[in-house]
Design a protein around this ligand. Structure first.
Ligand SMILES: Cc1cc2nc3c(=O)[nH]c(=O)nc-3n(C[C@H](O)[C@H](O)[C@H](O)COP(=O)(O)O)c2cc1C
Length: 185
């Protein structure tokens, strides 16, 4: 009988006030039985400690391109190759701009350029940032490349403004990842 393949998810977390909610998402993914490999940007780590994600995913968290991979391997390439899906939640405005233009100066950007796995993005930012023409252009570029979007949801934002910009609920992000995985089979 063929062995059941583990599902490997790369979960990127960027520097948004909503980053703490990625802990809940990581936990829900682990409950699905998925291997969750968390990648935290430098500014993501200001909002959510790597230790929290490591404890919830039961694995080390990738925070630097310069970490030594097992047996001298390049871990960003291994992650890129092994991923069944890459999910970035929350995805910051700056991250969207970098990704739209193929920046690979950090571990998350390098994984994204090196992978061919489907990409699910859950943006979170202030409404003015989300509706700014620069962000609209970046969203357009990424959509044309096949990115699957979850949210942002509308409502009251951390800054006190009302409008689109809230991180989508974990359950919605999880459902989208399941749909992407199903499609890839
Ligand atoms: C308190 C605080 C909250 C922030 N929240 C957000 C946010 O929700 N969304 C966003 O796009 N940027 C937010 N920023 C700005 C980003 O952290 C900043 O653009 C950062 O460079 C993003 O880095 P990263 O994409 O590499 O993680 C926030 C900054 C601060 C100081």
């Amino acid at each position: 009988m063929a062995e059941k393949k583990n599902i490997r998810i790369v979960l990127g977390v960027t520097g948004s006030i909503a980053a703490f909610r990625a802990a809940d998402l990581a936990s829900a993914m682990v409950k699905e039985g998925w291997e969750v490999h968390a990648v935290l940007t430098a500014d993501g780590a200001r909002f959510l400690p790597a230790l929290t994600l490591a404890a919830l995913t039961h694995r080390p968290v990738h925070t630097s391109l310069w970490e030594e991979g097992e047996g001298g391997r390049m871990s960003h390439l291994d992650l890129a190759q092994a991923a069944d899906a890459v999910v970035v939640a929350p995805a910051s405005a700056d991250f969207l701009a970098r990704t739209a233009h193929g920046f690979a100066g950090d571990v998350l950007g390098a994984v994204l350029l090196a992978t061919r796995a489907p990409l699910v993005l859950a943006p979170a930012m202030n409404t003015k940032m989300w509706t700014h023409p620069a962000t609209r252009e970046n969203v357009k570029i990424l959509s044309a490349r096949g990115v699957r979007w979850v949210g942002p949801a509308e409502g009251r934002l951390a800054c006190g403004a009302e409008g689109p910009g809230r991180l989508a609920p974990s359950e919605e992000i999880l459902q989208e990842v399941k749909a992407v995985l199903k499609k890839g089979k």
